[in-house]
Structures are given as structure tokens and as C-alpha cells.
Design a protein around this ligand. Structure first.
Ligand code: HEC
Ligand code: HEC
Ligand code: HEC
Ligand code: HEC
Ligand code: HEC
Ligand code: HEC
Ligand code: HEC
Ligand code: HEC
Ligand code: HEC
Ligand code: HEC
Ligand code: HEC
Length: 462
């Protein structure tokens, strides 16, 4: 009937005024009591006056206050069902509407009806995440956003805790950088379709994707970025889904000979080979390939002619010289920069550094792996319809080749062969392949030599 002592407290505390005030108050309370007995009026804490008299004052105490609370519009959400309030029984108010409907009295439903709906939001459990009155957090959230999400997604939280690498987007930002809380037309409540979501923050990758001359199909199929990256965390650096070559072998390790556009099976190319190129053996495929796109063919990280012949230019092979000493090709005469020399005569230079019909590295070497020493490719590279084989054997101080290009020839770093003297070596009768344009040791243009050099008589490149 009467306001209890608790609700009275503000009055007594605040009435330091004169007896006039006290008398007025006593009169006021009297009238109130009378009116409520007559059922004409609710007691002091009536619902359109919840904050009067110091009641529920704390409700506005948080840094972020919900607009209707700020406007004392308690009744938009609370319907008074018991005329007496407070009452001993409590439950003087009922919700003005149930679940989400309470909120949708004022908030548009747009944003809640995407094709994928978030469980708690779809079921109208808005107040699991939001405090309807006020909060320390923006968006009236009950906890900081990341904590809020992880509070329910506990498996996720546990795996994330254990993971070695966490996406900087999560570490520095939060879940809301990529996810919508209520619903989305995208799978997994994402803010955008997967690739554009990533591009939103990774402009350098987007530029590469847009402008590269050679594009990697891996970015255009299936889960796109998700083919290789986890979005949240990973046991491996760069959020990769697998480590090293295994990442690539997901696609470049199957036999799909039935399909003409099947990715090349590099696993098969490498497995069981006697010699595997250093970085390939380490699984460092991306040391040579720009996996997000490149301006060089085969996604290579630098220029590299892939024909059999290529006119020599000083920077044409810079791809290989990211890791190897360029002088193995350019030094002439040469000392220790290459093993492919006859004395100080650089046989790399001889073969490659020619304005016309310079042999490319691929004419002799495989790039991933080979059954020949020094990555010499015994099966050879395709020259037109012909696969030019190279039989190569290294010795202590040199080596010998029996290629399809010319007769068997040896070289020796310590005791160079004199290719001009038929009796000087066991390959006396034979002629070096080097020769046409870059002042060969000798014998270039020898008609006998040309006869055994089918490549030099070919016109053009295959
Ligand atoms: C936007 C709707 C909304 C408005 C506006 C609103 N409330 Fe609430 N209130 C709720 C909901 C919903 C609950 C139940 C809380 C829950 O389930 O977590 C609640 C609970 C309460 C409770 C119960 C104790 C508690 O805090 O949980 C009190 C008291 C209360 N409100 C007072 C008020 C007062 C006073 C106002 C006006 C200043 C007000 N409310 C305005 C929605 C609202
Ligand atoms: C009586 C009308 C009304 C009701 C009912 C109502 N809201 Fe609001 N709400 C508002 C207004 C007005 C704003 C401020 C609008 C703005 O800033 O755009 C607001 C803002 C919000 C915000 C943003 C706060 C911020 O600071 O960013 C959230 C979150 C919110 N309401 C959640 C809810 C939830 C949850 C419910 C149901 C429990 C609800 N609202 C019910 C009127 C209402
Ligand atoms: C899983 C937690 C969660 C649930 C459940 C939830 N919300 Fe939210 N809501 C959020 C988050 C997170 C934000 C963004 C807060 C921020 O960053 O400011 C938000 C923002 C809002 C906003 C501010 C405007 C906007 O859309 O960004 C409103 C209004 C809102 N929610 C209403 C609701 C209503 C109504 C429901 C129930 C139908 C609901 N929310 C259920 C987490 C939730
Ligand atoms: C109140 C508990 C709760 C909170 C808080 C919560 N979630 Fe959920 N979430 C769920 C439930 C329940 C599901 C549905 C579970 C399922 O389908 O496996 C779900 C599903 C999801 C999904 C999968 C949706 C899909 O379509 O596959 C994502 C993504 C998600 N939540 C993200 C978030 C983010 C981000 C937050 C923080 C803003 C968050 N959740 C906060 C309970 C919650
Ligand atoms: C950089 C963007 C990004 C951020 C930040 C992000 N997510 Fe995701 N999330 C994704 C993408 C993309 C998917 C869908 C692909 C997948 O399942 O990995 C996803 C899927 C999910 C799923 C559903 C799939 C599953 O694993 O069950 C949940 C749940 C989820 N995220 C929770 C969270 C939580 C919680 C946070 C904050 C700790 C968060 N996400 C932060 C991008 C993000
Ligand atoms: C909200 C911004 C944001 C979004 C969206 C985003 N990232 Fe990130 N990401 C970052 C930031 C910031 C870094 C750290 C700085 C950097 O490397 O650019 C980062 C770093 C990375 C890294 C390097 C590892 C690390 O954590 O430092 C990878 C890989 C990555 N992101 C992949 C993705 C993928 C895949 C997507 C799409 C699912 C994506 N990111 C979406 C902000 C974002
Ligand atoms: C074929 C696998 C593959 C795909 C598909 C892929 N990435 Fe990567 N990504 C990698 C590898 C491997 C690395 C590590 C590169 C390295 O070691 O230098 C990497 C590194 C990154 C990095 C961190 C280093 C950097 O270059 O900034 C980001 C960010 C990144 N990727 C984003 C993306 C985005 C966004 C997509 C989708 C558009 C994507 N990736 C698609 C394999 C891939
Ligand atoms: C999701 C599957 C997938 C993954 C994973 C993948 N690739 Fe690919 N890759 C492809 C497809 C598809 C092609 C195109 C095949 C074709 O059309 O001939 C391709 C082509 C290539 C090409 C030839 C490009 C050209 O210009 O023709 C190279 C080089 C390559 N990938 C390297 C890699 C490397 C290195 C990795 C690991 C970091 C990798 N790929 C991982 C699917 C993948
Ligand atoms: C030392 C540098 C280097 C490394 C390391 C390397 N590659 Fe290559 N890769 C090349 C070169 C050069 C080519 C072009 C060869 C050619 O045209 O015959 C190539 C070609 C390719 C092609 C296209 C083949 C075709 O026939 O279409 C794929 C796919 C490929 N590499 C995948 C890989 C994978 C997977 C790895 C890791 C296991 C890897 N590469 C490691 C240099 C490298
Ligand atoms: C990313 C670095 C890298 C690139 C690029 C690279 N290589 Fe290598 N290469 C290596 C490493 C590491 C070794 C092993 C070094 C050693 O054993 O001394 C090696 C060894 C070799 C060998 C000697 C193999 C043996 O059995 O002794 C040859 C031949 C070779 N590379 C050729 C090439 C050619 C041709 C190219 C250009 C298509 C190239 N490399 C590009 C790193 C690279
Ligand atoms: C005519 C065949 C031939 C051509 C063309 C060729 N190489 Fe070689 N290369 C060899 C032989 C033979 C060896 C082994 C030398 C030895 O150790 O006896 C070798 C060795 C190497 C080595 C190991 C280090 C060294 O120099 O001894 C590297 C690296 C190499 N070549 C890179 C290249 C590059 C890069 C190209 C293209 C610019 C290239 N090769 C072109 C035949 C060739």
C-alpha cells in the first residue's frame, strides 16, 4: 500500500528543508494512499514514472544507454500487470512482447532475415547478447564482442587457444570484422563473399589477382583463398591449411589424366627421383612460384625462357640467379663459379650466351627433379615432336655428355680437352656444340660438326 522504506529513502534523505516541506510531503502521501485505496492510481513507483523518486536510477548508469531507457520510455517494453508496484509477490510487469518481437516494435527486421540466420538471434534470444537497458560496451553488448562470441563457441575458443598462428585480423580486430551477428546471405554469417571479404583488407593480394598476367587457377576454384588458407588460425605460418609441398599436392599430386585441364601432377614428377632440386626437396614451392599470380609464365618469380632456344639477354635468366651466382653463366673465362667448364672456358656461357639459338637452361636441366646428376634431364626437353635425350656423367674433375645435339663430348676443369685437336681426347673426332655466334673454342662451322648437330640446322624454335 505504502511505498516501502527503501523507496522512501530518497525522500527522507532529501528533506533537509523546512517543516513546510515535511508537511507538504505528509499531505501528498496521504492523498496518494487514499487514491490507491480507491484504486484510482498506482502507488508512487508507477510505471510511467519508474525513475521518479530515485527508483531504478542505476538503470541509466552505464556508459551506453539504450535510447528508450534514456527517454524514460520503460513502458514500450514493460507492461504493468499488477497495479501495485512494488508488490510483495513481484511480477508486476510483463514483457510488452515476447522475444525478438519486443525489439522489433522499434527496430527494422531488415538485417535479421538473411538466408543464413544466427541461432540465438533467429530464436529471438536478443538479450543473450544485448543488455536491453545499458552497457559498458558499444552496441549494448553484454561483454566485449570477441569474448561474447567465444563464450558460446567454446570448441572454437579452445582450438584457437591452442593454435600456433592466429590471424592478425582476430588478434588486433575481432570477430565482427568478418561476421555479422544476426544473419547474412553468405555462408557462415560472413559480411561478404569469401574472396571479396579477404580483398577488403588485403589490397596487395587483390592487385596481384587483378593485374597479374599469369593467374593461378587455385584462386578461382572451390573455396578460393580457403583452398590454401584458414580464416582464423592454423598450425602453420601464413594460416596455411597444409605445410610445404603438401599444400600444393592437394591439387598437384593427383592423377587426373582424364581431364585436359587437370593441374600438373608434380608429386609424380618428383617422387622416386635421384636428384631433387634444393628448394623443391625442402617443400619450398613458393620460393620459385608466386602462388597468388605473377607477371611471368608458370607463376615464376622472375624471367625464365621456357623454349629450347632463346636469344641471349643479360637478364633473361634472372629467375635462377635469385639463388645462384650469375657468374656461372656470365664469367668468361671462368674460375670456380661453375663446374661446367673446360679449363677456364665457361661451357654455360658457350651454350647459353648466344644471340641466336642460345640454349636455355631447360635444354639441359630439369627444374624440379631428375634422374640425372646435376639435374641434367636424361629424358630431355621436347624439341618439336622429338624429345632430345641427354646422357650425362660427371667425373671427379669434369663430365661427359652424349646428347641428341652433338656427339659425345667431355670437359675437364683441370686438364681441359682441346676440341680442335682430333687426337687430344677420346672424343677426338667430335665437335663442341658451342660455336656459332660467340667465338667458340674452335671448330665452329666445321661441316662435320654441323652434320651431327641437328639442332643447329633446325630453323626457328620448337
Ligand atoms: C527495450 C526494451 C526495454 C526497455 C525500454 C526497458 N526495459 Fe527493463 N527489461 C527489458 C527486458 C527484456 C528485461 C528482462 C531482462 C533479461 O531477460 O535479461 C528487463 C528487465 C527489467 C527489470 C528486471 C531486473 C533486471 O534488470 O533484469 C527491471 C527492474 C527493469 N527492466 C526496469 C526497467 C526500467 C525502469 C525501464 C525504463 C527506464 C526499463 N526497464 C526499460 C527490456 C526493457
Ligand atoms: C521503444 C523502441 C525500442 C525498442 C522496443 C527497442 N529499441 Fe533498441 N533502440 C531504439 C532506439 C531509438 C535506438 C537508437 C537508434 C539509433 O541509434 O539508431 C536503439 C538502439 C539500439 C541498439 C544500438 C545501441 C548502440 O549504442 O549502438 C541496440 C543494440 C538495440 N537498440 C537493441 C535492442 C534490443 C535487443 C531490443 C529488444 C530487447 C530493442 N533494442 C528494443 C529503440 C528501441
Ligand atoms: C550472438 C549475439 C547477438 C544476438 C543473439 C543478437 N545480437 Fe544484435 N548485435 C550483436 C552484435 C555483435 C552487434 C554489433 C555491435 C557493434 O559492433 O556495435 C549487434 C547489433 C545490434 C543492433 C545495432 C544495429 C545493427 O544492426 O548493427 C541492433 C538494433 C541489434 N543488434 C538488435 C538485435 C535484436 C533485435 C536481436 C534479436 C532478434 C539481436 N540483436 C540479437 C550481437 C547479437
Ligand atoms: C548465445 C550463444 C551464441 C553466441 C553468443 C554466439 N553464437 Fe554463433 N552460434 C550459436 C549457435 C547455437 C549456432 C548454431 C550452431 C550450429 O549450427 O552448429 C551458431 C552458429 C554460428 C556460426 C555458423 C553459422 C553458419 O551458418 O554456419 C557462426 C559463423 C557464428 N555462430 C559466429 C558467431 C559470432 C561471430 C559470434 C559473436 C558475434 C557468435 N557466433 C556468438 C550460438 C552463439
Ligand atoms: C578474417 C575474417 C574472419 C574473422 C576475423 C573471423 N572469422 Fe569466422 N569465419 C571466417 C570465414 C571466411 C569462415 C568460413 C570458412 C571457414 O569455415 O573457415 C568463418 C567461419 C566461422 C564459423 C563457422 C565454421 C566453423 O568453424 O564452425 C564460426 C563458428 C566462426 N567463423 C566464428 C568466428 C569467431 C568466434 C571469430 C572471432 C574470434 C571469427 N569467426 C572471426 C572469417 C573470419
Ligand atoms: C578486417 C581485415 C581483414 C580481413 C577481412 C582479412 N584479413 Fe587477413 N590480415 C589482416 C591483417 C591486419 C593482417 C596482418 C597484416 C598483413 O599481413 O597484411 C592479416 C594477415 C593475413 C595473413 C598472414 C598471416 C597473419 O596473420 O599475419 C594471411 C594469410 C591472411 N591475412 C589471409 C586472409 C584471408 C584468406 C582472408 C579472407 C578469409 C583475410 N585474410 C581477411 C586483416 C584482414
Ligand atoms: C594455392 C594456394 C594459395 C591460395 C589459393 C591463396 N594463397 Fe595466400 N598464400 C599462399 C602461400 C603458400 C603463402 C605463403 C607465401 C610465402 O611463403 O611467401 C601465402 C601468403 C598469403 C598472405 C601473407 C603474405 C603476403 O603475401 O601478404 C596473405 C595475406 C595471403 N596469402 C592472402 C591470400 C588471399 C586473400 C587469397 C585469396 C585471394 C589467397 N591468399 C589465396 C598460398 C595461397
Ligand atoms: C585448389 C587446387 C590447387 C592448389 C592447392 C594449388 N594449385 Fe596450382 N594450379 C591449380 C590449377 C587448377 C591450375 C591450372 C591447371 C591448368 O589449367 O592447366 C594450377 C596451375 C599451376 C601452375 C601453372 C600456372 C600456369 O601458368 O599455367 C603452377 C606453377 C602452380 N599451379 C603452382 C602451384 C603451387 C606452387 C602450389 C602450392 C603453393 C599450388 N599450385 C597449389 C590448382 C591448384
Ligand atoms: C627452383 C625453383 C622451383 C621450385 C622450388 C618449384 N618449381 Fe615448379 N616450376 C619451376 C619452373 C622453372 C617451372 C617451369 C618449367 C617448365 O616450363 O617446364 C615450373 C613449373 C611448375 C608447374 C607447371 C608445370 C606444367 O607442366 O604445367 C607446376 C604445377 C609447378 N611448377 C609446381 C611446383 C610445386 C608443387 C612445387 C613444390 C613441390 C614447385 N613447383 C617447386 C620452378 C620451381
Ligand atoms: C629459390 C632458390 C633457387 C632457385 C630460384 C633456383 N635454384 Fe637451383 N638450387 C638451389 C639450391 C638451394 C640448390 C642446392 C645447392 C647446393 O646443393 O649447393 C640448387 C642446386 C641446383 C643445381 C645443382 C644440382 C646438383 O645436384 O648439384 C642446379 C643444376 C640448379 N640448381 C639449377 C637451377 C636452375 C636451372 C634454376 C632456374 C630454373 C635454379 N636452379 C633456380 C636453389 C635455387
Ligand atoms: C648445355 C647444357 C647446359 C645448359 C644449357 C645449362 N647447364 Fe647448367 N650445368 C650443365 C652441366 C653439365 C652441369 C654440371 C657441371 C659439373 O658439375 O660438372 C651444370 C651445372 C649447373 C649448376 C650447378 C653449379 C655449377 O655451375 O656447376 C647450376 C646452378 C646450373 N647448371 C644452372 C644453370 C642455369 C641457370 C642455366 C641456364 C641459364 C644452365 N645451367 C644451363 C649443363 C647445362
Amino acid at each position: 500500500m505504502h511505498p516501502d522504506s527503501k523507496t522512501m529513502k530518497p525522500f527522507s534523505a532529501g528533506s533537509a528543508a523546512a517543516g513546510r516541506g515535511r508537511r507538504a510531503l505528509a499531505f501528498f502521501l496521504h492523498v496518494l494512499a487514499l487514491l490507491s485505496v480507491l484504486g484510482l492510481m498506482a502507488p508512487d513507483c508507477r510505471a510511467d514514472n519508474c525513475l521518479a523518486n530515485g527508483c531504478h536510477g542505476e538503470i541509466k548508469g552505464k556508459p551506453v544507454v539504450h535510447a528508450p531507457v534514456d527517454g524514460d520510455d520503460c513502458l514500450s517494453c514493460h507492461r504493468q500487470v499488477n497495479q501495485q508496484h512494488p508488490s510483495a509477490a513481484g511480477q508486476d510487469f510483463a514483457a510488452a512482447a515476447e522475444g525478438g518481437a519486443l525489439c522489433f516494435q522499434c527496430h527494422a527486421q531488415e538485417g535479421f532475415n538473411g538466408r543464413r540466420k544466427h541461432g540465438p538471434s533467429a530464436s529471438g534470444a536478443c538479450t543473450v547478447c544485448h543488455d536491453p537497458h545499458g552497457s559498458d560496451q558499444q552496441g549494448l553488448l553484454k561483454m566485449p564482442l570477441k569474448e561474447l562470441c567465444l563464450d558460446c563457441h567454446q570448441d572454437f575458443a579452445a582450438s584457437m587457444e591452442e593454435a600456433a598462428y592466429l590471424h592478425t585480423a582476430i588478434r588486433k580486430l575481432d570477430c565482427g570484422a568478418c561476421h555479422l551477428p544476426h544473419s547474412s546471405d553468405q555462408p557462415s554469417l560472413l559480411k561478404g563473399d569469401s574472396i571479396n571479404l579477404c580483398f577488403g583488407c588485403h589490397e596487395n593480394i587483390k592487385n596481384r589477382y587483378d593485374t597479374s598476367l599469369d593467374k593461378h587457377k587455385a584462386l578461382y576454384v572451390r573455396q578460393r583463398c580457403g583452398n590454401c588458407h584458414f580464416a582464423h588460425y592454423s598450425p602453420y605460418p601464413a594460416l596455411l591449411v597444409k605445410q610445404g609441398a603438401d599444400l600444393c599436392f592437394d591439387c598437384h599430386g593427383q592423377d587426373e589424366s582424364g581431364r585436359s585441364d587437370a593441374p600438373a601432377n608434380i608429386r609424380a614428377e618428383i617422387e622416386g627421383k635421384e636428384v631433387v632440386h634444393g628448394p623443391v626437396a625442402e617443400g619450398e614451392c613458393s620460393a620459385c612460384h608466386e602462388v597468388h599470380g605473377s607477371n611471368f609464365a608458370m607463376l615464376l618469380s622472375g624471367p625464365f625462357p621456357r623454349t629450347f632456344y632463346a636469344p641471349y639477354q643479360p637478364d633473361a635468366y634472372d629467375f635462377c640467379f635469385q639463388c645462384h651466382d650469375k657468374e656461372l653463366l656470365t664469367a668468361q673465362p671462368v674460375n670456380n663459379q661453375t663446374g661446367f667448364r673446360n679449363g677456364t672456358d665457361n661451357l654455360h656461357f658457350r651454350h647459353v650466351a648466344r644471340k641466336q639459338k642460345g640454349r636455355t637452361c631447360l635444354a639441359c636441366h630439369s627444374v624440379h627433379a631428375s634422374n640425372g646428376q646435376k639435374l641434367i634431364n636424361p629424358e630431355g626437353i621436347a624439341f618439336g615432336k622429338w624429345q632430345i635425350p641427354i646422357r650425362f656423367a660427371a667425373t671427379e674433375t669434369g663430365g661427359g655428355c652424349v646428347p641428341g645435339c652433338h656427339r659425345s663430348l667431355d670437359y675437364d676443369r683441370q686438364t681441359p680437352f682441346d676440341y680442335t685437336k682430333p687426337s687430344a681426347a677420346k672424343q677426338a673426332a667430335e665437335t663442341p656444340a658451342a660455336g656459332q655466334n660467340s667465338s667458340p673454342p674452335a671448330a665452329a662451322g666445321d661441316s662435320d660438326a654441323l652434320a651431327v648437330e641437328p639442332l643447329d640446322t633446325e630453323q626457328g624454335t620448337p
